[in-house]
Design a protein around this ligand. Structure first.
Ligand code: G4P
Length: 530
């Protein structure tokens, strides 16, 4: 039997985030190549298909070329066991991204060198900030014309409010891209377009002190620019500080080209040294040491019907401590049930690998017979662990939803309830009526389309969505409030959530304040918990 501490300590679990098209998928693919997890032939030839196969599951993703679900990939490299959590690229899925980040210990942010900080980068970054996790920046596409390097760093600092510390520095870009300077090792690594090769092949590594060799490799002009930039950089940029990195206050920055596979391995090697082993999570106010405790995990994502051929529902969980093995009985804390996890698996594309064992830091998917909810804890039957819940985002768009064919009421309610349990949407009911009227709340409007699409394709139910004008939702947190007695503004609507908790909807912020003024003792919150 392998040593549990050793296994856990070699785990590195991170999420990868970017604005769509910055190169997240390409970079992930290159990581996987280094780990030998996918083979080159398949990946290069059918690149487009390989890409969909790796991280895109839903038809809607393929049709629109966006990624709306998260996937999990595992590979081994250099003695580490690496778990990558892919995140949806589209802005309407930041809630999903937030949940995924809950399961990660750090994030890799991919930025397109020609575009810099883009809207989605900003949004995702904010989500990372909420989690306070370390962020590593990879500035991609240096084989194309890129923005001025100092300006790129400046933009990250100003727009995202995080200090930057370049670990390497690009030598030119586009047609005159010559490689990178490794500030730590003080070497120049020359660029070679290995044409998506398996390894970074033809690069040469030259000590910066060997000026003649550097000149020969990059040319006199580039060398001079590089030397000037290094001098400027040493004076101006934030100092490398591992603690600040691990606290999410400083981001190490790397430059490269995922497509041509340059700078990827350099990044991977530094990243693995700088990022942490699986971090403890908090249960009942105390941190649970991953190594010193037996198996425990929490559910951060539920996904139904990932694969039409399987028609199943999978709960993704992050193992927080100990070792999981397939024959073990575990306790589902929220229901108190002791159970055996059914067919735990690692999921990569359509391939599913049944696991015999997994360790703290790993992500596993298990078949969910309909008992798991997001935020649930699993632990050993005798343990007393309950991890902190995952906050839900306040929906900003609401619509009343009806099925077109009244005969299909049952499928409709089942479908919409399941999709809500997965956390893809939130559903509410009119206050004082039953399930007759369902109100759907989403953070981004694309989720409405996903709902419509999924109900049609997975449950065979057509729906009609009627947009409602509300934009602000508040959960009532004061315990002695009588919903009937609340005196609100004329635009206020009383509803309740799936757990029968009372809520208020408002069209504008002003009404929220007004209602608070009019009802003494009323306390409202923007967040529910999953
Ligand atoms: P995403 O997951 O962040 O959305 O981005 P993805 O990797 O899909 O990359 C988006 C596009 O950018 C792809 O081109 C990809 O080949 C290209 N790309 C990624 N990294 C680099 C790089 O380092 N240099 C250059 N020059 N291009 C890069 P596409 O035309 O949309 O797709 P395809 O036809 O190449 O499949």
């Amino acid at each position: 039997m392998s040593n549990i501490a050793e296994e856990i300590n070699k785990r590195r679990t991170f999420a990868i985030i970017s604005h769509p098209d910055a190169g997240k998928t390409t970079l992930t693919e290159k990581f996987l190549l280094y780990g030998g997890a996918i083979n080159l032939a398949g990946s290069v030839k059918g690149k487009a298909t390989a890409r969909h196969a790796v991280s895109d599951w839903m038809e809607i993703e393929k049709e629109r070329g966006i990624s709306v679900t998260s996937s999990v990939l595992q590979f081994n490299y250099g003695g580490y066991c690496i778990n990558i959590l892919d995140t949806p690229g589209h802005q309407d899925f930041s809630e999903d991204t937030y949940r995924t980040l809950m399961a990660a210990d750090s994030a890799v942010m991919v930025i397109d060198g020609a575009k810099g900080v883009e809207p989605q980068t900003r949004k995702l970054f904010k989500v990372c900030g909420m989690r306070g996790i370390p962020i590593f920046t990879f500035i991609n596409k240096m084989d194309r014309d890129a923005n001025d390097t100092f300006e790129l760093l400046d933009e990250i600092e100003k727009e995202l409010g995080i200090a930057t510390c370049p670990v390497n520095w690009p030598i030119g870009c586009g047609k005159s891209f010559k490689g990178v300077y490794d500030r730590h090792k003080q070497t120049v690594v020359t660029y070679s377009d290995t044409e998506k090769g398996t390894k970074e092949g033809e690069t040469t590594v030259i000590p910066i002190d060997d000026e003649d060799a550097v000149t020969q490799a990059v040319g006199e002009e580039r060398k001079q620019i590089l030397f000037d930039e290094i001098e400027l950089l040493d004076g101006a940029s934030a100092e490398y500080d591992l603690e600040a990195i691990r606290n999410g206050k400083l981001t190490p920055v790397f430059f490269g080209s995922a497509l041509t596979n340059f700078g990827v391995e350099i990044f991977l090697q530094y990243f693995l040294q700088m990022t942490t082993t699986p971090l403890p999570r908090i249960s009942k106010g105390e941190s649970v040491d991953p190594v010193a405790n037996d198996f425990s995990a929490f559910v951060f994502k539920i996904q139904a019907n990932m694969n039409k051929a399987h028609r199943d529902r999978i709960a993704f969980m992050r193992i927080c401590s100990g070792r999981y093995d397939a024959d073990m009985d575990v306790k589902h804390v929220q229901s108190g049930k002791v159970m055996r996890l059914s067919r735990p698996q690692q999921i990569m594309a359509d391939e599913r690998k049944i696991l015999d064992e997994a360790y703290g830091g790993d992500i596993i998917g298990v078949f969910d017979p309909g008992i798991f909810s997001i935020g649930d804890t699993l632990c050993m039957p005798k343990a007393d662990i309950m991890y902190e819940g995952i906050p839900t985002f306040a929906p900003e768009h609401f619509a009343r939803v009806r099925q077109i064919d009244t005969m299909k009421r049952k499928q409709f309610v089942k479908g919409i309830t399941q999709i809500a349990q997965e956390g893809a949407i939130q559903i509410f009911q009119e206050y004082n009526t039953g399930m007759e009227e369902i109100i759907v709340g989403v953070v981004g409007v694309l989720q409405f389309e996903v709902l419509k699409y999924r109900l049609e394709n997975e449950y065979n139910v057509e729906i009609k969505l009627e947009p409602l004008p509300y934009e602000h939702i508040r959960w009532i947190v004061s315990s002695d409030t009588d919903l009937d007695k609340i005196v609100g503004t004329s635009d206020m609507k009383k509803i309740k959530d799936l757990k029968d908790r009372p809520l208020l909807l408002f069209i504008n912020e002003w009404s929220v304040g007004m209602t608070l003024d009019r009802n003494k003792g009323l306390e409202l919150s923007e967040f529910g918990t999953a």
